[in-house]
Design a protein around this ligand. Structure first.
Ligand code: HEM
Length: 427
């Protein structure tokens, strides 16, 4: 018990450092506490991904996180319903509007110094709400911002109080979650009452399936929360990297989209926003040499695997070139920023597009000034460059009517956002 508490305190002081130290002492699989095991071997992690939904599950409370319990079968059905909207093909029609939303969000900063993560979160949250629900809805955006901020406080510590304790912090969490769910449930009920002929966005697609209404709300909520957090953090890492490496900014601006893709792969390797993932054990099983029992947790640290010199050459160097070869730049299963297996991130393809186009636009159209580009890396709920501040100064004047089919080509900013657009999902 005393050892468990000592471990937790050491972990709280420096999470990644503590896990790395344990790995050096005990190897790739070790007990973190009497209820949690840490796995850092890519093959064993892959097995856990593959056996998710049978031997291990996502549903349940993970260490340091307060996750709502969602029923697996319902979640899998909702994932299926969402699949078409989440395809790159469906997203391509939306890309020009998404880039306009980035430009608009940056224009709103007025060239002032801003909290980069806040701005990037605003952009990614806005664009995904717009894409998935066909609207930039201020009430919903506000409810979402609040719910995400309050949950991050909880997920930021592995020593947080249980969510049934009626402390002010816990009550705030319940209030924020309830507000988000009821705002979403309202929007969903309104759409249900006036169905449209053709599935035009995620909500239409989900309502067309025979799903439990709560499951629809839970899926939309999961998507909105995810689209707000991880992509916003990844773009914050992009800004800090571009500020430190003008050579990469120049290459991104000059090269084709392939280079931006390699840049994003490398960002997600060096700074995986979901730096720690976990599973709840459902069936008694073994992980390496350790036996684990139902109700226990198994955690895996994406960050440490992505930075392990056994699986990567020169892992602490940011080098997009490593992705531009014909062979994978890593040992098998050693790269998983979006997870893997049946519960792989359903937003992975469209988000990869979002990140690729956004970093290219940032490099081509903006001078970015960052005063603290060495902002400390903090591993709480997500891996973030804490407190990064910067200014975005538009470099390219508007060229009305320069629609070239390339969404990152400079556009007339008044063109797309003044009228709500209804994009169609290609059949
Ligand atoms: C940088 C961007 C993103 C990263 C790195 C990321 C990563 C992840 C990871 C690691 C998981 C857990 C997978 C597992 O446990 O096996 C996950 C789940 C999820 N992600 Fe993402 N994600 C990103 C963006 C998005 C976006 C844009 C969306 C929606 C449009 C999204 C929707 C979801 C949902 C709904 C889940 C839960 C799936 C389930 O419960 O089955 N994610 N994501």
């Amino acid at each position: 018990m005393a050892a468990t508490l000592r471990n937790r305190l050491a972990y709280e002081r420096d999470r990644i450092g503590f896990l790395r130290e344990c790995q050096q002492k005990y190897g790739d699989v070790f007990r973190f506490s009497d209820k949690a095991t840490v796995v850092l071997d890519p093959n064993l992690i892959h097995q856990l991904f593959v056996h998710t939904n049978d031997e291990v599950g996502i549903e349940g409370r993970l260490i340091g996180g307060a996750q709502p319990r969602v029923e697996t079968a319902g979640r899998m059905a909702a994932r299926k319903g969402a699949r078409r909207t989440m395809s790159p093909n469906a997203f391509s029609a939306y890309e020009p509007r998404m880039i306009d939303l980035l430009r608009e969000t940056l224009a709103e900063t007025g060239g002032r110094e801003v909290d980069v993560r806040e701005v990037m979160k605003t952009f990614t949250g806005r664009s995904m709400t717009d894409y998935c629900l066909g609207t930039s809805d201020p009430d919903l955006a506000d409810a979402l911002t609040d719910a995400v901020a309050v949950s991050e406080v909880f997920m930021g510590s592995s020593l947080t109080l249980p969510t049934w304790l009626p402390t002010p912090k816990v009550r705030r969490l319940h209030r924020a979650n309830a507000r988000l769910r009821s705002t979403l449930a309202d929007r969903i009920a309104t759409r249900r009452q006036s169905p449209r002929n053709e599935a035009a966005d995620l909500l239409d697609a989900l309502l067309a399936e025979d799903l439990d209404p709560e499951e629809v709300t839970a899926m939309v909520e999961a998507i909105l929360r995810a689209s707000y957090g991880q992509p916003g953090v990844t773009l914050t890492w992009a800004v800090s990297t571009l500020a430190r490496r003008p050579d990469l900014t120049r290459r991104l601006a000059a090269e084709t989209e392939d280079y931006a893709e390699a840049f994003v792969e490398e960002l997600l390797r060096m700074y995986p926003p979901t730096w720690l993932m976990g599973r709840e054990v459902w069936e008694r099983t073994t992980v390496g040499d350790i036996e684990v029992y139902p109700g226990e947790q198994v955690m895996f640290c994406t960050y440490l695997v992505h930075r392990d010199p056994r699986w990567w050459d020169d892992p602490d160097t940011f080098d997009p070139e490593r992705w531009r070869t014909s062979v994978p730049p890593h040992a098998r299963y050693a790269y998983f920023p979006f997870g893997a297996g049946p519960r792989i991130c359903p937003g992975n393809h469209i988000d990869f597009r979002q990140l690729t186009l956004a970093v290219r636009t940032l490099a081509r159209e903006y001078d970015i000034e960052v005063h603290n580009s060495s902002a400390p890396m903090v591993a709480n709920a997500l891996l973030v460059p804490a407190g990064l501040r910067g200014r975005f100064i538009g470099r390219i004047s508007n060229r009305p009517g320069s629609g070239t089919g390339d969404p990152t080509a400079p556009q007339d900013r008044s063109s797309r956002l003044s009228t709500p657009l209804r994009w169609r999902i290609p059949r």
